[in-house]
Design a protein around this ligand. Structure first.
Ligand code: GSH
Length: 199
């Protein structure tokens, strides 16, 4: 597989970097300040967002889609439940849950704090976003008090995708009292290839 990852540090790109390292795939990295605004990235992703992976000359965006594809194409490493299995349904469940029920709230706060131009920002939703993230995170916490990983009782790419969302909440101070999620992050951070921000 020929892979070039257009990436940006410990942003959502780090899900893809970690998956590539975990899968043992050699890849080219393109990373520089303002990369998302470059003409090259706008061709690959019309919204000018990172990460984008060019895999065998085809561009793929959305970090969860990239990670899932990479895991599917390295079956020897066994990083993902098999297509059609119950485990794969749980992979889809938990990645959708993390992206829509958790991450979207934090992204709304982020765009209104520093992504959009000042005159387009709306600050009214910050508290509600934090409350909605906590609501979903508490549910995930209850699950992870009883199991170490999300699918098939083993580390999979599902944990890379969902773990990033949990770590964003930690960095925003939203995991207080959620010991299942804190212990889950500790398990992920112990893995040598973990590319997430640990500050
Ligand atoms: N849902 C996308 C989110 C991509 C995204 O918003 N990336 C941010 C960095 S974390 C970005 O490129 N921001 C630049 C911008 O919004 O202009 C994914 O998971 O890949």
């Amino acid at each position: 597989m020929d892979v070039t990852l257009y990436e940006s540090g410990t942003s959502r790109s780090s899900r893809c970097r970690w998956t590539l390292l975990e899968a043992g795939i050699t890849f080219n990295s393109v990373a520089r300040p303002n990369l998302s605004k470059s003409d090259k990235v706008k061709i690959l992703h019309p919204l000018g967002k990172l990460p984008v992976a060019v895999i065998d000359n085809e561009a793929l965006f959305e970090s969860a889609a990239i990670c899932t594809y990479l895991a599917d194409h390295t079956p020897d490493v066994d990083l993902i439940a098999a297509p059609g299995s119950w485990g794969r349904a749980l992979h889809d469940q938990w990645t959708s849950f993390a992206l829509t029920e958790m991450e979207a709230w934090l992204w709304n706060t982020a765009v209104n704090k520093f992504v959009l131009p000042t005159e387009q920002r709306i600050e009214a939703g910050f508290e509600q976003n934090a409350m909605m993230y906590r609501r979903a995170a508490s549910m995930l916490n209850d699950v992870l008090l009883h199991q170490d990983y999300l699918v098939e009782e083993r580390f999979t790419v599902t944990d890379i995708i969902v773990g990033w969302t949990v770590n964003w909440g930690r960095r925003q101070g939203l995991l207080e009292g959620l010991s299942g999620l804190s212990a889950y992050l500790d398990r992920l951070f112990e893995r040598p290839h973990c590319a997430f921000a640990k500050d």
